[in-house]
Write a protein of this length. Structure first.
Lengths: 110, 532
């Protein structure tokens, strides 16, 4: 379980490897907030290597989305696998986020 | 000295010459240690004592010879008077002096051995006494003064102290002191460079400090007089690592002598026992604290379970089976049931994000607020909207949210109307076993500000089932990390849909238990089944 942050153009891309759960959600939150504090505005979280997100993981995504919006920034999600897509649909979270099928499409959408 | 007496008497019997041994004790005038009997002609006579060579003296009974006996003790051998006027007193002296000297030497060695044995006995007795004192108590404070008194008596110290390290202030605190009221002694900082105790604690090595070895630190001046023996109190963990816990100081020895290696060894043994007692006392305190915490957690669990309604409250309009199993002692999953009149039943399930105490507090708030709002509005959408209004601030400040489903089953009208805020696992099971998901109509409460929508669908009274469960059930893992999933639950309920809700619930949990085995429960579990 780890989070890799890298810059692609003016977008901060975060890769979530493994799971986003109660045990590591704060680490993700802090890393993204640190970047926001440094003045970054565009964020993309890529779930291509993510197997599972629990309810607290979803909560941190919503919290980050709000904080980024408050600073005039944007958050996009990409590469949700079928299970995660279903989770977002079942919980109606798909209405709260801009979700792209691939990283490239997400980057183009900024 | 009866043996010596016997020897001297035998000598007199054989030679007719009297013999006596005189000895000086503690600087007092010499007294007769042993003499041949009967002491004819010498009773009441004290010979002149000299350290020089043998010399002739006149006793009341006749001539005699006095000579000093070589050895650590100041003793003299007196030969004479004799019943024979021309007795060879010098020859008698040459014969008897080595015998008496050897006897006195042996007697002295025996005496030393006896003293040594007595000291060892005293030390063993001290160790037993301290073991008994420590065995009777779990708090060192009560026993420390008695221990210090016993140790001081054994090594002849008139002043002393037992100091214990306080981890919070990083100082050595006095728990017992001898020779001065304890209240007067201030604590010693571990960084204090002039303190012998702090030095011994840091170095974890005993020290004997002479009186003139630098100025004593003010705190130690209370109990430091003359030479001071300072020994660290150590505790060795089962893993083998040694840790200093405090210091034992002893000073002002009555004999004025320095502390010996034997004293240091003895006090080190006592300090080890004190260390074990301190550690035991800490472990007992920690264990009691843990026990209290467990009791409080059990109480919190019982209280939370009592917040959940009994399923009988909606009888006979609806038959409900429900169970909540928190992952920790308390959790964030809940259900609620409302008898709304006119054969209408309100059914709610909720999952507060995360689990543990924070989730439990939000859950309790949601339980009480939903009970009020359910009676205030017959529309599930408006009810969840009102609930969000109550919880909004709390959810925002805690960054938590609630996925919740609320339905009103109207038995008489044959309708079910529901609102679903981000709750993924809600199913309408028809009489033919068809399972249809009642999807989320809005995101979970706390994620958006939007109003809550609601939908209505037909409901066949006495046949249809409402199945609700939380993601803790579908996400439950076995020992290999494999998810239980939604499908086994849906299949079971579909297969058993005609059975009473409680029977179905039992089967669902039995299946879940078969799947998870001994794996740790990671999330709260809640399942609700309703027939109306």
């Amino acid at each position: 379980m780890s989070f890799a942050l890298r810059k692609q153009g003016d977008v901060v891309v975060v890769d979530v490897e493994g799971q986003l759960i109660v045990g590591n959600r704060q680490e993700l939150k802090q890393k993204v907030l640190d970047e926001l504090e440094r003045g970054e505005k565009k964020f993309l979280i890529d779930f291509s290597q993510t197997g599972y997100i629990d309810s607290s993981g979803l909560g941190v995504l919503v919290s980050l989305s709000k904080k980024i919006r408050e600073q005039g920034g944007e958050l996009r999600l990409a590469n949700l696998n079928d299970d995660l897509k279903t989770l977002f649909e079942l919980t109606k979270l798909d209405t709260l986020f801009q979700i792209a099928d691939t990283r490239e499409r997400a980057l183009e959408s900024f | 000295m009866t043996d010596l007496q016997t020897v001297l008497s035998a000598f007199r019997d054989a030679t007719g010459c009297a013999a006596a041994v005189w000895a000086e004790d503690d600087g007092r005038l010499p007294s007769r240690l042993a003499a041949s009997t009967p002491a004819v002609g010498v009773l009441g006579w004290t010979p002149p004592f000299d350290v020089g060579p043998p010399h002739a003296v006149d006793s009341p009974g006749g001539p005699a010879i006095v000579t000093a006996i070589q050895g650590p003790r100041r003793c003299w051998l007196v030969i004479g008077p004799s019943s024979e006027p021309a007795a060879p007193l010098e020859n008698y002296l040459r014969f008897l002096l080595p015998v008496v000297s050897q006897y006195l030497q042996s007697a002295l060695e025996v005496e030393h051995a006896a003293n040594e044995l007595a000291e060892r006995y005293e030390e063993i007795n001290l160790l037993y006494t301290i073991t008994e004192i420590l065995g009777r108590t779990v708090a060192l404070g009560e026993a420390a003064s008695t221990i210090l008194k016993e140790v001081s008596e054994t090594v002849g110290a008139r002043r002393g102290s037992i100091l214990v390290h306080d981890r919070v202030t990083d100082t050595l605190q006095t728990v017992a002191v001898l020779g001065v009221p304890a209240l007067e002694v201030p604590p010693i900082a571990l960084t204090d460079e002039c303190s012998v105790s702090a030095h011994v604690f840091r170095d974890q090595r005993a020290m004997v400090v002479a009186e003139d070895d630098a100025d004593p630190c003010p705190a130690e001046a209370f109990y430091r007089r003359g030479t001071m023996l300072s020994v660290p109190i150590m505790w060795t963990s089962p893993g083998g690592g040694a840790e200093p816990l405090g210091v034992v100081n002893l000073s002002d020895r009555a004999s004025g002598q320095a502390f010996s290696a034997g004293d240091q060894k003895l006090v080190t043994a006592i300090a080890t026992q004190i260390g074990t007692a301190i550690q035991n006392s800490r472990l007992v305190r920690a264990s009691l604290s843990q026990q209290r915490l467990v009791q409080e957690l059990e109480l919190a669990h019982d209280l939370q379970m009592k917040l959940l309604p009994r399923t009988e409250i909606v009888d006979p309009v609806a038959q409900v089976a429900a169970r909540v199993v928190p992952a920790e002692s308390v959790g964030g999953d809940f259900y609620n049931l409302f008898q709304l009149g006119d054969e209408r039943t309100g059914v709610m399930i909720g999952d507060v994000s995360s689990h543990g105490y924070r989730a439990a507090l939000i859950m309790a708030l949601a339980m009480s607020a939903s009970a009020i709002h359910a009676q205030g509005s017959n529309d599930p959408g408006r009810m969840l909207g009102a609930l969000l209004g109550t919880l909004r601030e709390e959810l925002a400040t805690t960054e938590m949210f609630i996925s919740t489903f609320y339905a009103v089953i109207d038995k008489r009208a044959g309708m079910i109307r529901y609102a679903n805020a981000g709750h993924p696992h809600a199913y309408h099971v028809s009489g033919d076993g068809t399972c249809e998901r009642l999807p989320a109509l809005d995101p979970p409460l706390g994620m958006v500000e939007s109003a809550q929508s609601a939908r209505t669908r037909p409901w066949v009274s006495g046949t249809d089932l409402l199945l609700l469960f939380t993601d803790g059930v579908s996400d439950a893992r076995d020992l290999f990390g494999r998810r239980f999933g939604e499908q086994p639950i849906v299949d079971t309920v579909r297969r058993m849909h005609a059975e009473p809700p409680y029977t179905i619930l039992q089967q669902v949990f039995a299946q879940l238990s078969d799947h998870t085995g001994t794996a740790v429960q990671r999330d709260d579990l809640a399942v609700v089944l309703v027939r109306s």
